[in-house]
Design a protein around this ligand. Structure first.
Ligand SMILES: [Zn+2]
Length: 332
């Protein structure tokens, strides 16, 4: 039946029913996001994160994706959140505010967290913010005045708004003084700080000659063990491998081998080309006898590495508390 032919009463009741359905669907979407995240399934589609998947694959706006993922993570921590979202008592905006609040207040019991969820249920965004600010003040925490934002400001610039602590401001002023140039602008200082940190990170990734030389005999020994050469015979190698698995120790990979593998894969994930959160992965898993030679190593980003683990060992094993860590070896 066309909407024009519906009675006023029916039009209002069907609209209400549709909105209730929409809330239930939102809660179901949170469940689906949770399971996709658990399996790291977005890596199969070459997305670097659940957020990127939600924006590029599902066409959510960045804000919509952010609020849904935030609410999903909050539901993991406080199951009442999902129930409230499902019944429409808690909006995603208020869940997002609660998420920020819990980032500032870390000492709440599960009971207190649930009580706050109930308190902010069926409130407007403004009322919710006032309630949460009240809890912050009770704990002597100053409520944030502004939220972080980045907007375009011309072709090559962006305008950032971020709240920092007075302690951080003190450090910035100290840096200005150390540069001996009091009039240096904040954007210039931030550029210098970013350059310095990037340089430091790059240096950390490059093996230093001295450290390499010092460790050379040790590295050679480990390599020889892997290759069954030198003084270590095959039995010793097997024994050492089994001992490391038994004791749940991560395999030792020397800095020089790590450097070689990073060079080989051009500092990118072998599966999705990501340059972030890179880790060394055993192509044939170490747990099933794979060696730590360059030929059996590759670079994966953390998401792809976790997804590969899920494919090999199953999602339950990979997410079980106290699970045997297969890889996840930080790159730097
Ligand atoms: Zn990847």
């Amino acid at each position: 039946m066309s909407l024009q032919k519906l009675t006023d009463k029916n039009l209002l009741s069907t609209t209400k029913a549709l909105v209730q359905k929409e809330k239930r669907l939102t809660a179901k979407i949170l469940d689906h996001f949770d399971e996709i995240d658990r399996r790291k399934l977005y890596s199969d589609l070459y997305y670097h994160s659940l957020f990127e998947y939600a924006v590029k694959e599902l066409n959510y706006s960045e804000d919509q994706a952010y609020r849904r993922i935030n609410a999903m993570r909050l539901s993991r921590r406080i199951p009442l959140v999902k129930q409230k979202v499902e019944t429409g008592q808690l909006t995603l905006s208020n869940a997002n505010l609660l998420s920020g609040f819990l980032g500032s207040v870390k000492d709440l019991s599960k009971k207190e967290e649930s009580a706050i969820v109930s308190e902010i249920s069926e409130t407007s965004k403004r009322q919710c913010q006032d309630i949460l600010n009240g809890h912050l003040k009770e704990r002597g925490i100053t409520p944030p005045k502004r939220k972080e934002s980045i907007v375009d400001a011309g072709v090559s610039d962006v305008r950032m708004c971020v709240t920092i602590s007075k302690k951080t401001l003190g450090k910035i002023n100290e840096l200005k003084a150390l540069y001996g140039h009091k009039n240096i602008k904040l954007d210039q200082l931030m550029d210098l700080m970013a350059d310095a940190l990037l340089d430091q990170k790059k240096r950390e990734r490059t093996p230093q000659r001295k450290i390499q030389d010092k460790k050379l005999s040790c590295d050679t020994k480990v390599r020889n063990m892997d290759n069954n050469h030198g003084n270590c015979d095959g039995k010793d190698n097997e024994k050492s491998h089994l001992l490391q698995i038994k004791t749940n120790r991560r395999p030792y990979i020397s800095k020089s081998i790590r450097f070689e593998v990073f060079e080989k894969y051009k500092n990118k994930c072998a599966l999705c080309d990501s340059k972030y959160y890179l880790e060394i992965d055993h192509i044939i898993p170490y747990a099933t006898g794979g060696s730590s030679q360059v030929e059996n190593l590759r670079i994966l980003c953390r998401n792809c590495n976790q997804r590969e683990g899920v494919k090999l060992f199953g999602v339950d094993k990979m997410t079980a508390p106290g699970r045997v860590k297969v890889e996840h070896r930080p790159a730097v």
